[in-house]
Design a protein around this ligand. Structure first.
Ligand code: ZN
Length: 161
C-alpha cells in the first residue's frame, strides 16, 4: 500500500476546516438546521459540537425523566443525603467568618450588574425552557409534602377573612 494520495488528505483537511468554521448545523433528531450555538460543545466530535440540538436533548431528558421518575428521585434524595451535611457545615463556617464582607460584595455586585443579570436570566430561561420546566417539576416532586402543608395553612388562614 502506498501513501495516501494528496487530493485525499487535502479533501479531508478542507472538510475539517469547513466543519470547524461553519455557523449552522443540522440536528440528527429533529432534522432542523440551527445556529451552532444551539448545540452543546463536544470535543470528541469533528465539528466540536454534539449531533443533537439542545432543545432535543432537553426533550430527551424530559422523556427520560418521565420514564425513570422514581429512579431519578431516589438518586436526588441519596445525593442530598450524602452531600447536605458536609456542604452546610462548610458554608456555615465560611459565612460566620466572612458574613459581612460577603453580603457587602454581593449587594455591590448586584447593583452594578442589575440590568445584565436580568437580561441574562431572561435569555437563559428562554434558551433552557424545557430544562427549567423539568427542574421545576423535580422541585415540586421533591417538596410535595411542604407545598401541600403550605396550601393547607394558607387556606386555613384565609378562610376567615
Ligand atoms: Zn433537534
Amino acid at each position: 500500500m502506498g501513501a495516501t494520495p494528496k487530493w485525499v488528505t487535502d479533501y479531508y483537511k478542507d472538510f475539517r476546516l469547513k466543519e470547524r468554521t461553519k455557523c449552522f448545523k443540522t440536528c440528527l433528531k429533529c432534522g432542523e438546521t440551527k445556529l451552532i450555538s444551539k448545540f452543546s460543545v463536544d470535543k470528541r466530535n469533528l465539528d466540536g459540537r454534539i449531533s443533537v440540538c439542545k432543545a432535543c436533548r432537553s426533550l430527551e431528558y424530559l422523556k427520560y425523566y418521565y420514564h425513570n421518575r422514581d429512579k431519578i428521585l431516589i438518586q436526588i434524595r441519596e445525593y442530598h443525603k450524602n452531600n447536605k451535611r458536609d456542604r452546610s457545615i462548610y458554608f456555615k463556617n465560611y459565612r460566620e467568618k466572612h458574613g459581612e464582607q460577603l453580603k457587602e460584595n454581593a449587594s455591590k455586585w448586584y447593583l452594578e450588574n442589575k440590568e445584565t443579570i436580568k437580561e441574562r436570566n431572561l435569555k437563559y430561561y428562554q434558551e433552557h425552557k424545557e430544562a427549567c420546566q423539568t427542574r421545576r417539576e423535580v422541585w415540586i416532586e421533591k417538596n410535595r409534602e411542604r407545598i401541600r402543608k403550605y396550601n393547607r395553612e394558607y387556606k386555613r388562614k384565609h378562610k376567615d377573612m
